[in-house]
Design a protein around this ligand. Sequence first.
Ligand SMILES: Nc1ncnc2c1ncn2[C@@H]1O[C@H](COP(=O)(O)OP(=O)(O)OP(=O)(O)O)[C@@H](O)[C@H]1O
Ligand SMILES: [Mg+2]
Length: 485
Amino acid sequence: MEPEFLFANKEFSFNSTNEIQIPKDPLDQVIGQDEAVKIAKFAAKQRRNLLLVGPPGIGKSLIAQAVSYHLPKPASEVSVLHNPEYPERPIVEVKTKLDLEKETKMLSQSQGDLVSPTSVPSFVAERLGFRCRSCNVLSKPSVSTCPHCGTDKFTGDSNYSPFGDLLAPYFEESTKQERVHTTRTVGSGEEIIVYERAGEKIRVLEQTQLEKLDSLKRKKPRKVIIPLKRKAFVVATGASETELLGDVRHDPYGGHAGIGVQPYLRVVPGAIHESHEGVLFIDEISSLTFIQRYLLTAMQEKKYSIVGRNPHSAGASVKVEDVPCDFILIAASNINDLGQILPPLRSRIIGNGYEVLLDTHMPDSARNRGKLAQFIAQEIRKDGKIPHASFEAVSEIINIAKARAKIVDGADDALTLRLRELGGVVRLSGDYAKENGLIEKEDVKKALLKARNLEEQLRDKYGSMYKASLGDVGRVGKSEGKEIS
Ligand SMILES: Nc1ncnc2c1ncn2[C@@H]1O[C@H](COP(=O)(O)OP(=O)(O)OP(=O)(O)O)[C@@H](O)[C@H]1O
Ligand SMILES: [Mg+2]
């Protein structure tokens, strides 16, 4: 059932929120912020930055996360490579998904074919420990005594000894081989062929495969710092400089080649790197204070060097230049903190994106009532522990939304969009609902009494916040809310 028509026509009415269809697209699950959602869809498509402004609990984080669902999956992997000439300057390497697929294919091709011991020359099967030298019968290489004739497969000794298998490992080393190298004639030339024991099978590696394996093994040692499979949504709220920009860890042996940990292995990416090709979300952006400045550079250059940030650490001498960090910045702020956001940062957001003021309420229309019913159904499904709500219970919650728009925002004929708090009423109502039943109007009423915030409770108890504050220092009779002196 399409939520928008629920309250437009009796035909579309419902008995339980279970019947309400919830859109699959997380951006369509955002209620009442139509303009912001429209812009968020652009932002995802065109890779634009966003600054979302509004009071708590109206969907800023929800929108930011939903944008990341609209982005294509990350398509590159970033590694740091050991630099043998100058280990303190590891080299960054970016591989596309295509490069990685080619490499995996090459690796699988260089693994050779697995064949049974009957398909290899008999001397190979013998040296790899499958074939008995005496009777030629094949058996598992883990068994040293031939199960057919009792001869020791590796020494050819036919004197059966009950301790044969116990002593075998000592003789085996010199006789049973892991790998047999041989040659075969191809046309007018010869090529190397290697047979390798692989459990109860034998792996056959031809010369071309050996060459591929060799070239893969010759690659420089590396550490993948941003894997191909990663989340496209990285939260850096309240991040420190190190968390945001990356670091190089300390090593007490100063990265000594023999006993220390090589510098490239100690490189740690920051949130700006981890969100490469995705969304970097920073709530309360103003709380980053001076760190905002680094963010500017990262946004402009789309790459940012990783250095050791502790001057007393061995990591301080290490630097990896130009680590990619092409992210979409989604920042959130409340109205009062707007002045604390660095003007050049805002300029960069506006220069390639949007600043969006979110709505605190929406007109009370049939369409929007339907949207609130969708919201209630979403919250119930998300919670997973409470039952669905009846039509009457939903209508009661909508009445609360209307009253709150009036009380909190002074808006007539409107429904509140401070939905985190309204979600609280839904969950509490669910706690009061009978097991296996539906949330009913009575449950909502009970929940509303309990869902009052502390200020409301203090006002009820003491008459006013002023009297309550006197009560705190013991000058007011707590139960009656009257002054004692
Ligand atoms: N517009 C909305 N549509 C649907 N659900 C919402 C909306 N706004 C808030 N909610 C519900 O409230 C919860 C909190 O919302 P969200 O975290 O997005 O708020 P916020 O604006 O980021 O708040 P804060 O400023 O405190 O970080 C969401 O997980 C969701 O359940
Ligand atoms: Mg938030």
